[in-house]
Write a protein that binds this ligand. Structure first.
Ligand SMILES: C[S@@+](CC[C@H](N)C(=O)[O-])C[C@H]1O[C@@H](n2cnc3c(N)ncnc32)[C@H](O)[C@@H]1O
Length: 198
């Protein structure tokens, strides 16, 4: 109940008022092709977060709480993760999904969390707070640049592709493929599914 409460508070704080306001821009979005966020705030969410460090902190904490809640179901559904020796999470936010996987397997594998510099700054505090600095390394990346080569046997993209236009998502996938191919690594993509009958 506490976790649920925390998630609601964090998500409400990070995208609460905004998600209500941007939903009113749906019709404009359909005509312009811009995101609802851009229609309302004249900038995309990530640029908006940069305007106030508190917004960035709340957003990152909201993502981390959501991941903490859905991680057990994903771990149960993906036993392959337990066979890995080095898991790399691209766009892993604070690193809470990596933490959930590694702690589930008693830290028998290591993890590297990759994200934008502001998020990695927050991830440093998270990883230190969880006392897992020796198990989780942190690396800056930007999906728009070349991705670094690491010796990971598993790459994760969790709740990433949904945020990009199809052509950008394909570009990210081809970049991840080119780094993953060299080590014959696997890529695990985790996204929300929309069911037609809902
Ligand atoms: C929806 S969150 C998902 C976070 C995490 N994977 C999870 O499931 O909790 C998207 C993540 O992508 C990161 N991100 C957005 N644009 C990025 C970029 N250009 N390069 C690298 N990471 C980016 C964000 O900072 C954020 O942490």
């Amino acid at each position: 109940m506490y976790l649920l409460y925390q998630t609601v508070i964090h998500c409400y704080s990070s995208l609460g008022d905004e998600s209500l306001i941007i939903s009113t821009a749906l019709t404009r979005s359909l005509y312009s092709g811009n995101s609802g966020f851009k229609e309302v705030y004249r900038k995309e969410l990530l640029e908006h977060l940069k305007t106030d460090p508190l917004l960035q902190d709340l957003h990152d904490a909201g993502m981390a709480d959501t991941s903490r809640l859905n991680a057990p179901a994903i771990i149960a559904d993906c036993p392959y993760l337990g066979s890995c020796s080095h898991i790399c999470d691209f766009g892993g936010g604070l690193g809470s999904f990596l933490y959930a996987v590694l702690s589930h397997y008693d830290f028998k594998m290591k993890g590297t969390n990759f994200d934008l510099p502001d998020v990695i700054d927050n991830s440093k505090d998270y990883v230190k707070g969880m006392n897992v600095e020796e198990h989780i390394s942190l690396v800056f990346i930007n999906f728009t640049d070349k991705l670094p080569q690491f010796d990971c046997d598993c790459y994760i993209l969790k709740d990433i592709l949904q945020n990009w236009l199809d052509e950008d998502a394909l570009l990210i996938l081809s970049k991840v493929e080119s780094v993953a191919k060299r080590n014959k690594s696997r890529l695990v993509i985790i996204e929300n599914m929309m069911f037609k009958n809902l």
